[in-house]
Structure formats: C-alpha cells, structure tokens
Design a protein around this ligand. Structure first.
Ligand code: ZN
Length: 180
C-alpha cells in the first residue's frame, strides 16, 4: 500500500510537472525570448524616432545657419558696396583730362585733415606720353625731353590753375553722385 501510494505521488508529480510546470516554464522562456525581439523592436523604433527628431533638429539648425549665412553675406555685400560707393563718391577715378589740347594726369592722396588732395599733376607729351617739363622760350610752354616735342604757347597753363579745374570737376562729380 505504501509502495502504491508512493507510486501515485510520483505519477502525480510527473503529471503536474509535464502538464502544468513545464508548459508554464516553457511559455515563460518562450515569452522571454519573444520579449527580446519585441524589446529590440521597440528600442529600434525609439532609436529611429530619436534619429528622425535629431536629423530634423540638425536640418533645422542647418537651415537656420544657412539663412543666417545668406543674410550675413547680403549684409557684408551691402556694406562693401556702400563703402565702395562712398569711396568712389569721395575719391573719383578721375585722374586725367585734356586741358588746352594736352593730357594732364594726377593722383589723389589724403592730407592730414583726411581730405583728398591732387598730387603729381603734370602734362603729357601728345607724341610719346612722357611727362613734360616747363620751359621758357618766347614765353612759358611745355617740352618733352624724350622726343623734343614742344607745346604751343597757347597750350601752356599754370599747373595750379589746372589743379583748380580738377578740384572743381571733382566737386561737381561728387555732387552728381550724391544726387543719384
Ligand atoms: Zn614726347
């Protein structure tokens, strides 16, 4: 009887083991292993979302920087143009003109008061373009020491008078520039 009872307990234990415990454990294990892909999928989705958000933010930052850069470039270009325009109106590229049939050239230089001054004003030989010197035979006139050209007496003009005309023309040019 005792042996039979023991046998039944054994059989019951095996039955419980095979019909209840084992499926539960197996299902738990399966669930656990199933859970890993689920978790990894969720993790992957979360990562993907984070990436999308990050890339969107990055894109926004890039767009923002692009806009800022474009605006800055335009501001810089505008300022450069303004400076050039101001420089041009203040300092015309006006460095030569023909007076009394002779070409005169000069440079512009700022003085200690920051004003543009005419410097190195001189007449040029119409034949070889060499700067001419002032001579005085039968009256003042200009002569080329390179090709011996001599200007007519009526072509002579004092360089201070030419300077005066240059300043006058430059003032008129600047006034015209300010109008435009
Ligand atoms: Zn000459």
């Amino acid at each position: 009887m005792a042996k039979k009872k023991e046998h039944w307990i054994k059989r019951l234990a095996i039955w419980i083991g095979t019909t209840i415990i084992t499926p539960v454990i197996v299902s738990l294990i399966v669930d656990f292993f199933k859970g890993i892909p689920k978790l990894s999928t969720i993790w992957a989705i979360l990562k993907w979302c984070a990436n999308v958000v990050c890339s969107f933010l990055n894109l926004e930052i890039k767009v923002w920087w692009l806009l800022v850069s474009i605006i800055l470039i335009f501001i810089v270009l505008y300022l450069i143009l303004r400076i050039i325009t101001a420089f041009e109106s203040e300092y015309p590229n006006y460095t030569e003109e023909v007076f009394r049939g002779l070409k005169w050239t000069w440079r512009w230089q700022k003085n200690y008061k920051n004003e543009w001054m005419v410097v190195g004003i001189k007449p040029h030989c119409p034949d070889c373009n060499t700067p001419m010197i002032e001579i005085n035979d039968w009256g003042p006139r200009f002569a080329c020491i390179r090709c011996d050209f001599k200007s007519g007496l009526e072509q002579y003009e004092d360089s201070r008078n030419i300077e005066f005309l240059v300043y006058d023309r430059a003032d008129k040019m600047e006034a015209e520039n300010k109008k435009n």
